[in-house]
Every structure is written in C-alpha cells, then in structure tokens.
Ligand binder design. Structure first.
Ligand code: NDP
Length: 253
C-alpha cells in the first residue's frame, strides 16, 4: 500500500529540513521526486544529498511559491520532465518572530503569503494535473501554531491556522476528483528554522524539552512516516485531517 513506484511527487521547500526528509521518505518508497526552493545552491546540495543516499537524483526547480508565474513555470517543467503529477507536499514556509505590534503590514502580508497563499497557489496549479492523472495526494504543512497562539509569531500562527481550514476546504472540494488533501502539523523539529527560533527566544529549548512527553526535539526524519502514509494508497479514505507529529506536545498540559 505504501509503494509509490510510478508516482511523481513535488515537494516545495524540499531543499532542506523537513521537506528534504519527506522527499527522502517518498523516494525510498519509489516515487520520482521534484523539489523546489528559492536558493539554487541549497537545491543543488539537496539533490546531491539524495543522490548520495542512493536515490535517483531529483529534479530541482528554483522558484518562489508565493509567485503565481513562478509556480506556473515549475508546473510546466514538471509536465515537460515527467508528464504527470500525483503528489504535492506544500512545505515551503518562513517565520520571523516579534511582538504583533512590531510587524509592518508588508511583513504581515509576506508571512501570510509564504505560509498560506503559497499552498493555495501551488495546489491550484497542481489540480488540473491531478485530475488528468485520475487521482492525487496533497499534504499541507501546518504547525502546532495551527492550534495554539504565539505571542511572537502572530502572522505565522494566523497563516498556519489558515492552512488547516484550506486543507479541509480543498478536501471537500476535490474529493470527487479522487484527490485527497490532508495536513501534517509538525511539533518542534530541529531545523534551520528552529535554530533561528532558539536565537530569537532565549528559553525556547528548555520549554520545548519540558513540555514534550517524548522528551526530545523532533528530527526531520520523524516526519517521513506520516508524509508517506498521507501520500500513499494506505490513506485513500483519509481526507481533510490535520495530523500532529509532535512527540505528544499538543496533548500535554
Ligand atoms: P527550513 O527553513 O529548513 O525549510 C523551509 C523551506 O522552505 C526551505 O527549503 C526554503 O528554501 C523553502 N521556502 C521558503 N519560502 C519559500 C518560497 N517562497 N518559495 C519556495 N520555497 C520556499 O525549515 P523547516 O524544515 O523547519 O520548515 C519546513 C516547514 O515546516 C515550514 O512550512 C515550517 O513552517 C514547518 N514547520 C516547521 C517546524 C519546526 O519545528 N522546524 C514546526 C512546525 C512547522 P529556500 O530558502 O531555498 O527558498
């Protein structure tokens, strides 16, 4: 049920952290992988990493997922290269931590675009390709801030909350096209993004360790199993859910 041979998967933000680990999990199940990021050097390094791990070298696209034209070009590249798209993971995202009153409207709009509008733009562009394939799996990456507020991440939390609602809306709209749309809500995972978070919030490390029942930070590879499940036929009757992968953080008091 988890064999992805013959399937083509696009992972946005697949050039590092959680995205790269999910791309590796799908490649391990046989999927053909394309990754996207804005930074060409990171894209090349990520392709080389997957190749070193023994997977076929993925196609790497440079592009900004908040820009509709950039996304259209990448979808055209996917069609030229593979002729189809079966799986999309909307993982691209950024954060910048400060108190709500300190964000400019431009910064607010940028974070909403990066974390929410991007998922809408890429899903919309993927939809006709998935309809053509006869089925599709879309996985949106939310956050624990999809569930909780945060004093120093108002736009990020608002966007990630929106990711859950977007997920349910796309799931209901596209179920009859045989497209399943789900979300993963990662807990605190050790990546570039949270290295920066630990710099911006001094007691974050201690607070995460104290509240996480599993007693550790997550690793990017911890997200691979959930991504594989939601991208494979094992989850064909699952749509619209948001699955925390957080070592128990969201169920702890
Ligand atoms: P990283 O910073 O390592 O990954 C973010 C990725 O998104 C990078 O590959 C980056 O590549 C890409 N990216 C950002 N903006 C754009 C854009 N506009 N267009 C295309 N690519 C973009 O952090 P993580 O791996 O931690 O984050 C991955 C996802 O997981 C994010 O959505 C994040 O919000 C979410 N998440 C992470 C958590 C954690 O604890 N680490 C917790 C909860 C959620 P490039 O710079 O080349 O564009």
């Amino acid at each position: 049920m988890m064999n992805l041979s013959g399937k083509v998967a696009l992972v946005t933000g697949g050039n590092g952290g959680i995205g790269l680990a999910m791309a590796a999990a799908l490649a391990d199940a046989g999927a053909t992988i394309a990754i996207v990021g804005r930074n060409g050097e990171k894209n090349a390094a990520a392709s080389a990493t997957l190749a070193r791990e023994g997977f076929p070298t993925p196609m790497a696209f440079n592009g900004d997922m908040t820009d509709e034209q950039s996304v259209a070009k990448i979808m055209a590249g996917v069609v030229d290269s593979f002729g189809r798209l079966d799986i999309l993971i909307n993982n691209a995202g950024t954060n910048d931590r400060k108190l709500p009153q300190d964000y400019s409207v431009a910064e607010w709009n940028g974070l909403i675009a990066s974390n929410l509008t991007s998922a809408f733009i890429v899903s919309k562009a993927a939809y006709p390709l998935m309809v053509k394939s006869g089925s599709g799996k879309i996985v949106n990456i939310g956050s624990l801030m999809s569930l909780f507020g945060s004093p120093k991440s108002a736009p990020y939390a608002a966007a990630k909350g929106g990711v859950v609602q977007l997920t349910m809306s796309l799931a209901t709209a596209w179920a009859s096209d045989n497209i399943r749309v789900n979300a993963i809500l990662p807990g605190w995972i050790d990546t570039d993004m949270t290295v920066m978070a630990r710099e911006q919030v001094s007691d974050l490390n201690e607070r995460v360790l104290a509240r996480t029942p599993a007693g550790r930070w997550g690793r990017p590879a911890d997200l691979g199993g959930a991504a594989l499940f939601l991208c494979s036929s094992a989850s064909d009757f699952v749509t619209g859910i948001s699955l925390p992968v957080d070592g128990g953080y969201s169920c702890a008091a």
